[in-house]
Design a protein. Sequence first.
Length: 349
Amino acid sequence: MYKKVGKRLLFGLFTVVLVAWWSIVVVGSFSAIMPDRVVLDNQTKYLDGAQMEYVTFVSQAGTDCKALERHGILVKKPGAKATIVVCHGFMCNKFDISFMRRLIFPDYNVMIFDFRAHGEHVEAEHCCTFGRDEALDVAGAVNYLRAREDLNGVPLIAYGFSMGAVAAIQAQAASERQGNPFFKALILDCPYDTSENILKRCMDHLKFSFMGYTFDLPGKKFLERYAFNSYVQALLKSVLKTVAQLNATATNTYIYPVNPAESIKSVTAPVFLIHCYNDEKVTVEAAHHLYDNAAGYKRLWITKGRRHFDSVFFIPDKYIYKVQLFIENVLSGAIQNKPCKKVLSDIKK
């Protein structure tokens, strides 16, 4: 009797191990390729004559980071007058924002890709840097598009939000300094002005109440002063996850000093900045800082958005109209007959 029970237990254990192995190897492998197949096979018939490709390109190498293989989705629209390069924010990926192609840019080619440490094919060595090294991914995407015979000569326009907007600024500034501008224009939704300021903004929530009085949490000044120290980063990321909903622990992250407000001084391409008045992560002053420093044709639109990157969701029709009008004016040259700078605000004071 005991031998039969023992055999049954061994057989059951073997079955469990076999099923677990099958789940990891077979189902895991299927999951890894599932998004590609779903995107290419199940959406092609809904593209209204456009062509969709799953593409792979190599990011530009940096001074202290090697070139990385990145993956994206390219949709080509027959007769498109421009290619929009969409740069996503922190903890997003190309699938999260693929709706934007149809919603905002239906008449253009659209390239959407995953930044390092995001989306598919993430390696342990990949590290998100809040825009510093992501600019190298933007450069890789641009180089890839320029190298294609079917797209070479088609103007490129950047659309980025949050971290992606910062990466676009950094990439464009570097390319203009080298005399080889990447983009004909940039649409930048809620970028931060400096990484130091966005950290301070997030740490403003480090408070506690006692007997009706509110106090700063002990250690706040220390975190602000040594935020970029490698020994402080682990603690800082935990704090950001707790108080600012920036879960830098879920994505391999290292926060470096980045100064888009300084970089944008080198950007002479037309810029359309969009910012939510109630943004809890980036201040309105930061948006004005970027706007003031932009060197060329520029627009700043302050919306009644309820939080960080909310304008497109809060007032989608107005948002789409203004973004599309900006692109049309850039491509047609109509901006040459308009004031060089202008601030638009939905906030009535």
